[in-house]
Design a binder for this molecule. Structure first.
Ligand SMILES: Cc1cn([C@H]2C[C@H](O)[C@@H](COP(=O)(O)OP(=O)(O)O[C@H]3O[C@H](C)C(=O)[C@H](O)[C@H]3O)O2)c(=O)[nH]c1=O
Length: 186
């Protein structure tokens, strides 16, 4: 299992070891001991899965406020997505900066999105399944969003068509107007 840093501290790309043979392949998709050895201490309590039928579906940018903030370990098990994390910790040297990476059933890559970061993805194919582990239970009262194309963040989404969005995501606020109780270093 390989852990790679990104331009955002604590946002990590995780690449499991894949064991192929004549039947196909096997991989450990999560291993607590490997994460602890990599200095990542997290206790996941919920697994999520979503299906998006159309290419260009965009889910995000989402996060849960403290005290229900979530660390997420995201992977794509069918098709392909462009997965994005945005630093929304006030006072962070990378506040408002984003990182994106292609996660796919093919490349087996995962993205660790820590508390204090908004998360979203755009599907790059049809019939996409995304699975992710979170370390806090769903708390709708703490569920918040930021507008996917907030110009102050400037995410370079890879498909230049109008994305398919939920009503909630269409109405999400800009980062500067979003509820935010994340402070860098807190
Ligand atoms: C997140 C969540 C949702 N739900 C229910 C609430 C709604 O009735 C329905 C769809 O929820 P939502 O539209 O928020 O789903 P997504 O747009 O896929 O949002 C998720 O996708 C983005 C990329 C994220 O990072 C978040 O984890 C999460 O917000 O599932 C639950 O019952 N439990 C949950 O943990």
């Amino acid at each position: 299992m390989k852990f790679s840093k990104t331009n955002l501290d604590s946002v990590i790309i995780v690449e499991p070891d894949v064991f192929g043979d004549h039947r196909g392949w096997f991989m450990e998709t999560y291993n607590e001991s490997n994460f602890l050895k990599a200095g990542i201490s997290v206790k996941f309590v919920q697994d999520n899965q979503s299906f998006s039928a159309a290419k260009g579906t965009l889910r995000g940018l989402h996060y849960q406020l403290n005290p229900k903030a979530q660390t997420k370990l995201v992977r794509c098990t069918r098709g392909s997505i462009f997965d994005v994390a945005v630093d929304i910790r006030k006072g962070s040297p990378t506040y408002g900066n984003w990182f994106g990476v292609e996660l796919s059933a093919e490349n087996h890559k995962q993205l660790l999105v820590p508390k204090g970061f908004a998360h979203g993805f755009m599907t790059l194919t049809e019939d996409v399944e995304v699975q992710y582990k979170v370390d806090e239970l769903y708390a709708p009262e703490c569920d918040r969003g930021i507008l996917w194309n907030d110009p102050t963040i400037g995410i370079e989404w890879p498909i230049d068509v109008e994305p398919i969005l939920s009503e909630k995501d269409q109405k999400a606020p800009l980062l500067k107007n979003a509820d935010n109780n994340f402070n860098y270093g807190a």
